[in-house]
Design a protein around this ligand. Structure first.
Ligand SMILES: Nc1ncnc2c1ncn2[C@@H]1O[C@H](COP(=O)(O)OP(=O)(O)OP(=O)(O)O)[C@@H](O)[C@H]1O
Length: 260
């Protein structure tokens, strides 16, 4: 990634409960990219995403759009990041549309029942993008886990922020919706948004992402185009697996196959 960076971190470290879980991570991510953040369980992916959004204290420097993150008021930060937390569960029995409308809160839309035309359009775009229009009036507590997670992603998209940080957005989705969500995030990136997706699905990551960050034990050990970042050596050293590699319809296919 050689263009002008939108989100940078320099020497980022995070300590949780007295233990260093992220160490000296430096990166520069540009708009218009779909970045897959991968690594084994406990590698620090969620921690990195949360630190980049300024949701947890960290050491080092983070800049978004040329501003030091620490210097931005909370509402300004919230406008810059659409953040989808891991395993996001909504407990309020609100209609799906109102949950998605929460994504407009940083823009001043405090009442989902009285959205401005601009906010209402953003909510509609986000709901259409992840195929949840049919649930619009249904209470989210009455939706399936996968349906609920698509509503949660729509909320993050509705922010219409320059940066989307999505923690395992495809985790509980059926295959068609996994592909739909990744296609949509790809299309969002192609419109100029920086999209960072945490995923354990290396196949989806290799197919849809154009840049990959590989974390291992809190350190960034590999990054670049998916085929390079997920080299056989990285697969073996970081994930302890071998992968089947191929190309189908001119797209990269990576299927985790056997342990090493
Ligand atoms: N609140 C916390 N207090 C102490 N340690 C934590 C806390 N949250 C996470 N950790 C530890 O930090 C490390 C990184 O956790 P993190 O959730 O970032 O990993 P991850 O790569 O997202 O993992 P997974 O793939 O399992 O979701 C882990 O060792 C975890 O046990």
């Amino acid at each position: 990634m050689s263009e002008i960076a939108l989100l940078t971190a320099k020497g980022l470290s995070v300590r949780l409960a007295g233990r260093v879980v992220l160490q000296d991570v430096s990166l520069a991510l540009s708009p218009g990219h779909l970045v897959a953040l991968v690594g084994p369980n406990g590698a620090g992916k969620t921690t990195l995403l949360r630190a980049l959004a300024g949701l947890i204290p960290s050491e080092g420097d983070i800049e978004v759009g040329g501003h030091a993150l620490a210097s931005l008021p909370l509402r300004e930060r919230a406008k810059r990041f659409g953040y989808l937390p891991q395993g996001h569960v909504v407990h309020w029995p609100l209609p799906a549309r109102d949950i998605v409308a929460l994504g407009r809160y940083p823009h001043g839309a405090t009442d989902p029942a009285r959205l401005s035309p601009r906010d209402a359009e953003a909510v509609l775009r986000a709901m259409q993008a992840v195929d949840v229009m049919e649930f619009s009036d249904r209470r989210v507590t009455e939706l399936s886990g996968g349906e609920r997670s698509r509503v949660a992603l729509a909320r993050a998209l509705a922010v219409e922020a320059p940066v989307i940080l999505a923690d395992e957005p495809t985790a509980s989705l059926d295959p068609r919706h996994q592909i739909d969500v990744m296609k949509n995030l790809r299309a969002t990136a192609d419109k100029g948004v920086l999209v960072v997706v945490v995923t354990h699905d290396l196949g989806l990551a290799a197919r849809f992402a154009d840049h990959m960050l590989v974390l291992r034990e809190g350190r960034l050990v590999s990054q670049g185009a998916p085929a390079d970042a997920l080299s056989e050596q990285v697969m073996a050293d970081v994930f302890r697996i071998r992968a089947y590699r191929a190309e189908f319809q001119r797209e990269a296919v990576i299927v985790p196959w056997a342990d090493v």
